[in-house]
Each structure stands twice: as structure tokens, then as C-alpha cells.
Design a protein around this ligand. Sequence first.
Ligand code: FHN
Length: 614
Amino acid sequence: MSNKTKPSQTYTPVHKYRISQAIVFMVSSFLLIPFCAQTIAKSALPETAEQRDERMQWWREARFGMFIHWGVYSVPAGTYKGKQIPGIGEWIMENANIPVAEYEQFAKPFNPVKFNADQWVQIAGSAGMKYIVITSKHHDGFCLWDSKVSKYDIMDTAPFKRDILKELSVACKKHGIRLCFYHSIMDWHHPDAQAPFYPNYNDDSRTNPNFSRYVQNYLKPQLKELITNYGPLGVLWFDGEWIKDWTEQQGIDLYNYVRSLQPDIIINNRVSKGRKSMQGMTKEGYFAGDFGTPEQEIPPMGLPGVDWETCMTMNDTWGFKSYDDNWKSKEDLIRKLVDIASKGGNFLLNVGPTSEGLIPEASVERLAAMGEWMAKNSESIYGTTASPFEKLPWGRCTAKPGKLYLHVFDWPKDGELKVPMPRNDVQMAYLLAHKNRAELLLDSDDSGNLVVTVPRKAPDVIDTVVLLEMEAEAIVIPQAEDGSIVLKASDAVVRGTNARYESGGGKDNIGYWTNPDDYVIWRFKVNKTETFNVAVTLACATGSGGSEYVLAVGGQELAGTVKDTGDWTSFVTEKLGTVKITKPGTYNLSLKPKSMPRGAVMNLKSVTLVPIKK
Ligand code: FHN
């Protein structure tokens, strides 16, 4: 038998399900071209879709990142003058109406001697996080790096005198984690920004006549320091864009400025005025950066066709508060990660380190639990795309070409997992976390659902992943004018390890059929319903016969036994019996061995369905 490889296989159903969505996105994009043209004109950064896809690729594959809100606000940690201050910890300067000079007093004792960048990065990496977004400067204006543009930073005002971002940059490089910076446009400390608005720094009805000076002489120079001194960055994550002083055009200019310094950098929608919206454009026509940033929420249907990332706290605050113990459970956090990925989004999960430089133990524990789950199941998260299903009663689904990852939160008590898709679209199924990948039994029920027989007990009560390997794209064979259907070896989908199509030297067949678990499938179309005579054309060398097989089509089965034909190229046609197809449509026909008493099953040339003459 020749050593020709199997016919190339392309995978289907995920593509099939996705094609419809891609068409929707393409049509909607076409309709938005006037918008996009306007938006692109505004952004003035020439970039083809392919270039953008290349730039976004690592981020889309990463799916999971660590948000770090850390700064001077971790010193008061939610308490001011003996009172617990409501609201998120990093807003204490605003919520407690603390004057700038008084708030600066918190910077003076900020000495996080237990800070260990390597430890932080390893906690993130072990959790399965692929990027870290840290607050280089939050609204309070304090800088976690050695800025030459300001003395209000970790080197000059605080006693720590170490460049935190530099140390993180080194650790991220060492552990292969992308370093990204959060940066607040709003600045409650700078006199040309919102400092003069005290006691309501966040007063978005006011403007500062010197704001453009802040942008030119402070905001942009600091961004240049961050973008040029800490190695290649993954993302610049802007925030505080809602202030009245900040305009959409300034956002676009800042987007272009940052990309001019690092062309491959990714920038979120909060660079401009397009918050909580899709990247690229908003319904108002606002420019909205490279990805949307839903906060503390997971869009119920995701944001189909665009890049988006949910950012979320693990308790109720971004910046550390000593008394916020309202922690989300590990189950909730794992399922949120899965839910977001199943909708095509990224999950940016926050930690708020203490003033000593420690990530709270409660966060560390939860991240470790997420890491344990990711260690067995990360294939079902990284590089996946959104579920092809609208809703699944028992859990979620993520996808890759040719694969569906069924995330089962509610394990079926009867051991039968039902999926709204044709049985025939699936080649095999197994539990992702089980390295032996023992195949699960597949069937279909009367409603046309795929039924996967699973163990009675859920291997992972939080989320057990069942992997479906999809059938390759089968060519649909048309019915001939005379009503016959000829299924040739070269049109078959071959499933398994050894069997494959071979041609030349008298062969045009499925050969190398030395594994009785291997089988073949054809797909064909019936327009004229008939009762058909079914025949198989095969060859089998003397002494190799005796294999039994079953041919299945249209819910009917015909059994056959391979007889010797003299050698592997002496083909004979044998009638198997008749099948009745009563409804026009597309059908699968499979031929599967039941036994193989000798070294090979057969060389299979074709199967024919010929209408019985009335
Ligand atoms: O005001 C900030 C808040 O402190 C925090 O940084 C979040 C994180 O996305 N962003 C702003 C609120 O939307």
C-alpha cells in the first residue's frame, strides 16, 4: 500500500456556526463603513484589518490578566481620621475630601518593604494570567515610577526609593508575562488638572483653563517615560477620561501619540470618550480605541465581533481597604472567567496590594485555586473564541477550529449530557482534564441533540470540560440524474489513526486499514427519495478476509463480512441490502468495522446507492 497521506482535513461545524456570525459582523461592518471611515479618519492611523489582527493576537489568545490597583491609597486603606470611608479604596482622597497637602502626608510613610515583584508575577502566572495591568498613576496623581517630570513619585516623595515599575518590568520579562500600564488622565494632584477642584476633585462640570498645559507638559511627557523606559508594553489602559476637559479628539491624538512611540501597543477605549463600548466606534461615532472595557459586569451576550475585556474586583474595592472582606468565591471567579471567554472576552481580575507591598492572602488563595483549574483546562480558555450556541442550560462553551469545549457547571445526574447539535458533526469526545482522553460514548436523542455519556459523578464540581473533536468538513455528494449516489474513496472523511486514501498502482481506495477503530463517513444529498440497493466495492488479499463491518445511513444499518478477493487491488462489488430514504435532505453514511480477525479490514473503493427500479 502506498504511503500517501490522508486527504487534507478541514474542520467544520465550528466554522459552520461561526460563518453565520462572521457574515453578521461583516454585514454590520459594511453598514458602518461611513462611521468607520469617519472614525478611521479621526484616528488617522493607517492599519489594515490584517495588521490589526496581528497586533491584537497575543491579547486575544491571553484571555486572562491581572489588574493591580496599588498606590498611596493603600496607606489609609479605607480609613481616614478614625472613620471608615465609603466607596472604593483608591477614591479616599475624593470621598473623604482630603486636601492635596494632607493627602501627600500618606505618601511620606509609603514604604512597601515587603514588595517582591517576582513573587507578584509568579502569583499571576501560576493563576494562568498572561498579562499584568498596574496603576502607574491613579487619579490621586502619585507615580509608581521614577518620573523626571514630577517629584510626586515613589523615588522622591516616598521613602521606598525603588522604581516599582522597573522591578515589575524585569520580573515580567523573566516569567514571560506581558507588562501593561494603567494611566489616569484625570489627576487630582496636578494644579493644571483637577487639583483646584477640591473638595470635589471629580467635578465633571468644571474645566481647568491650564488643562492643555497639563496634557502637553505633564501627561504626554510622563507617558513617554512609561512607554520608552520599561521595555515593550502590552497595553496602555487609560482611565479617568470622563472629565469635561478631555475631548474625543484629544483621545484620538493621545492614541496616535502612544502608538507612535510603540506601534504594536494596544490601547483601551477609555483613551477617548467611548467607554463601555466596542473598540473602533460607538453608536455616537466616538473613537473607542482597540477594545471595550465593561467594568464589574459581563455583557449578557458579549460584544459580538469586537474585542472587549471585563475588569472586575475580587471583593468590592480596587485599591486595598483593610476591612473589605466581601470576597468572591473561587467557584464564582472560575465560572466568571469561563463565562467571559465563552462570550469572546478577556477577564482582567484585580488585586489591591497592601501598603507593605503584599497581595492580600484572600486574593492569593483564590488565584491559586484558579491556577489549579487552569493547569488542567487552560486549553479551553487560551486562544478560544465565543460559543456557537446562544445558551446552554448546563454551562458554557468555548471554541477553537475543529474543537468545542463544553464547560459543564451543572453535571447531568443521568450521565447524559445533551448538546443542541447533530451527532454526526462530532468525531469524538473526551474529558479534557483526563490525559488518557478515553473516548465518551456519543449518540443522538429523538430531538436531534447530541448525547454524550459522561461519568455519573462530576470530575470537577466547579467546571468539568468535555472536549468535542469535530468531524472534518465532508464534501456533500450530489444525487445523480438517475437517482443513484456514488460514494468514492477520494470523497470520504476518514477518521482514526491508520486508515487513509491511497491512489496509483491500481489503487483508488481507503487503505492502510489496520486499526479496526478507524472508520469512514460520507455526506450526500437526496433530492429524490428512493429505496436503494446498497453495494460495496472492495479488495482483500487472500488470507486477510473475515472482518465484519456495519454500514449505517438514514437510521438504518446493513452488516457485511469481508471476503478474500485475491489481492489488495482485485476489487469486487458486493450487494449489502437495501435502505429507504423517505425525506429529501443531507445524510451521513458511515462504514465502521465491528471486528478485524487479521491484519487489515479491507481496501475500500466505493459505496453505491442505486434506486430499485419500480
Ligand atoms: O475611577 C476608576 C476606579 O478607581 C478604578 O480604577 C476603575 C477600574 O476600571 N476605573 C475607574 C472607574 O471606572
